[in-house]
Unconditional design. Structure first.
Length: 205
């Protein structure tokens, strides 16, 4: 299921997207205290205590993100978030999950499912509730892999119900591509430099 949730919590701690406690994996650009990216599979790790986690971000188009909570990445995320619009506040974690969890500190991984042609993301800040606090997320892994490719690397249409189904951004999922699978097998972080239809030897059509 997809979710786009707005929040009106009173926040205790707000940190800029560029805060060193947030760990980004992939090609990003820091603009003041904001962080921008558009490459497929770009992701970040963020650790916090509290009962809510939101990010304030802007998007040039509509994008979809995988979210994992207190677990490594996998083929199936805990949540899929649909995001669009400028200066939007998105609740990353289902409050019911946090209410039931007994963990003192939660680590969340958020990955861009969609590729660059679907638009750019600019994250402005993260916030937690009045009793929450941010911590240092897991640092970059020892193994770092880079994949250069096309739609296969992007996970183009990989969540479609049939190979005959017409492509839509909702069915693109970088985590289920061969790049995501190989990286999980070797316990590595990875960067994907990929665009559908653009090959190393020739382009589509």
């Amino acid at each position: 299921a997809t979710a786009l949730l707005l929040t009106t919590h009173v926040f205790a701690e707000v940190i800029p997207a560029s805060d060193s406690r947030v760990v980004y994996v992939g090609r990003t650009q820091v603009e003041g205290t904001a962080v921008s990216f558009d490459w497929t599979a770009t992701y970040f790790r963020i650790a916090f205590s509290g009962k809510s986690l939101t990010m304030r971000a802007s998007y040039t188009k509509k994008n979809y993100y995988n979210v994992w909570i207190n677990s490594p990445t996998s083929a199936a995320p805990h949540r899929i978030i649909e995001v669009a619009g400028n200066d939007t506040v998105i609740e990353l974690i289902d409050p019911m999950y946090l209410k039931k969890s007994r963990r003192a500190v939660h680590e969340v991984i958020v990955q861009k499912r969609t590729e660059g042609e679907q638009g750019k993301t600019t994250i402005h800040e993260f916030a937690t509730d009045k009793r929450g606090k941010f911590f240092q997320a897991e640092p970059l892994k020892v193994r770092q892999l880079e994949f250069i490719g096309d739609s296969y690397t992007c996970g183009y249409g990989i969540d479609a119900k049939s190979r005959l189904e017409r492509f839509s951004p909702e069915t693109e999922n970088a985590s289920r591509s061969y790049a995501g699978i190989v990286s999980r097998y070797f316990g590595a972080d990875y960067v994907a430099i990929a665009h559908s239809g653009m090959g190393i030897a020739r382009n589509y059509n």
